[in-house]
Design a protein around this ligand. Structure first.
Ligand SMILES: C[S@@+](CC[C@H](N)C(=O)[O-])C[C@H]1O[C@@H](n2cnc3c(N)ncnc32)[C@H](O)[C@@H]1O
Length: 433
């Protein structure tokens, strides 16, 4: 188990809640309620609202995520006020009301401050709910009833579907479900990786002298965390030179579980946009080789561009991944993403048990393909950003039951989001004899 030196704290309100910003939040929330994925809803809404400044734009993205994060709590608070979503005629009314309740109940804003943001004139038409009604409801002091069952209480308090809170609770360390769900609702800090390997401690004083709010992560020698909102670092020369790469700490820990050594041959079988490909390329160095593979050609375009930009000539993306040559294959499998809900909170309302089992089926199929091609002595590192048994231990157990030639090597990696900044991850090393 790994622990973090990074203090886990609740982010204060990010950006500025202007009337125009609030209008954009409500529009994006409406689009999500109609089925649009959150990222697309935010970027399309911001594209329509060109006039919003940087502070407003940050607020919009933050508030939209927050409405998805706390949706169940917000609707519970509306119901406790006698105004369930179903009692409001228009979807626009529901969205305005949800926003107002989030500001009042979750962020603790005063009734006056909320009314200045949502009261007429604007935001959003059509609307049928009157200002006086919103104001009266916000002014009410109501107790929320989370029920008696401890798991369902945690689910209601932290706005998770009951089934999902139960499934996370079955795996979470004893007594930690509340803390895990709370961590999955926190605006994540940005973590980065310093390149080349072993240069973090020399670079850190330079970054601090340049005014960037950065800190070393105790878990890994090359990881740093941005302890404050500091966008300027993304424009810095270190970023442009490829000395800093944004990467979740959990992702870095999973890539680190590969223990790739200089000169080794590695296949990154689910390379996606190439985050771990670059990590592995740095670890094996120019005397080694990394073969990237993914079924999504679109994602691989980004991986190819990134590795080319960094001039990593020992990385290639052949049509057939050279598992026969590999010392190690990383399977960073497609999964539910339950460990990274802090970034994609709308997913908790889209995910179902059935979808989790579909992921499990795909994960086992990918492992079958990899083990078939891997040479004896090769190691598969299987990983997910899920916290669910069905996608983690159950996959490893089923795979090992079918493959007596393979064995678990060393302890599995379990990254819990309440202990480590940057999400929940799982990893296991499986050696083929
Ligand atoms: C968790 S993401 C990988 C993220 C990537 N490793 C990174 O660090 O940025 C999972 C990836 O698996 C890919 N994938 C899905 N099914 C696959 C399959 N059968 N074989 C290989 N890749 C697959 C998806 O396209 C997706 O890019």
């Amino acid at each position: 188990m790994v622990t973090s030196t990074v203090p886990l704290q609740v982010h204060p309100l990010i950006g500025r809640a202007s009337r125009a910003g609030v209008t954009a939040v409500i529009e994006a929330h409406l689009a999500i309620a109609k089925g649009k994925p959150m990222r697309a809803a935010i970027s399309e809404t911001l594209a329509r609202h060109q006039k919003l400044g940087g502070n407003d734009r940050r607020f919009v993205a933050f508030a939209v995520r927050e409405l998805s994060r706390h949706l169940r709590l917000i609707d519970l608070a509306a119901r406790a006020r006698g105004r369930p979503a179903s009692s409001l005629k228009l979807a626009e009314d529901q969205a305005i009301f949800r926003y107002a309740i989030w500001r009042r109940v979750v962020t603790g804003a005063s009734v006056e401050a909320v009314m200045a943001e949502v009261g007429l004139p604007g935001p959003v038409r059509p609307r049928s709910v009157q200002d006086a009604v919103i104001k009266d409801e916000l002014a009410k002091d109501v107790e929320l009833d989370f029920g008696d069952d401890p798991v369902e209480r945690a689910a209601a308090k932290h706005s998770f579907p009951n089934w999902l809170a139960k499934a996370i609770g079955e795996q979470a360390p004893d007594g930690s479900l509340d803390a895990v769900l709370a961590a999955l609702n926190r605006e994540p800090f940005v973590t980065m990786r310093v390149r080349p390997l072993g240069t973090r401690d020399a670079l850190l004083p330079e970054l601090i002298a340049a005014g960037f709010p950065v800190k070393a992560c105790a878990e890994l020698p090359d990881a740093i965390v941005l302890t404050d909102e500091g966008r300027a670092i993304f424009e810095s020369r270190w970023m442009k030179e490829g000395r800093l790469l944004v990467m979740d700490l959990g992702s870095q820990l999973l890539a680190d579980l590969c223990r790739a050594k200089p000169g080794q041959i590695v296949v990154d079988y689910c390379a996606g946009a190439g985050g771990k490909t670059i990590f592995l390329a740095d670890a094996v160095g120019p005397t080694g080789r990394v073969y990237g593979h993914d079924t999504s050609a679109k994602r691989l375009v980004e991986a190819k561009e990134r590795t080319a930009q960094l001039k990593l000539q020992h990385v290639s993306f052949p049509k057939v991944p050279r598992l026969d040559l590999a010392d190690l294959a990383l399977v960073d499998a497609p999964c539910s993403g339950v460990g990274t809900l802090a970034r994609e909170p709308d997913q908790k309302w889209r995910l179902t048990r059935e979808k989790v089992l579909e992921f499990q089926k795909a994960q086992l199929e990918i492992l079958e393909a990899v083990v078939a091609g891997l040479k004896p002595g090769g190691v598969i590192v299987y990983g997910t950003c899920s916290l669910l048994r069905d996608e983690n231990d159950a996959v490893v157990e089923q795979f090992l039951a079918r493959h007596p030639e393979c064995a678990l090597e060393g302890p599995v990696l379990r990254v819990w989001p309440h202990q480590v900044e940057g999400g929940g991850f799982f990893g296991a090393r499986l050696q083929k004899r």
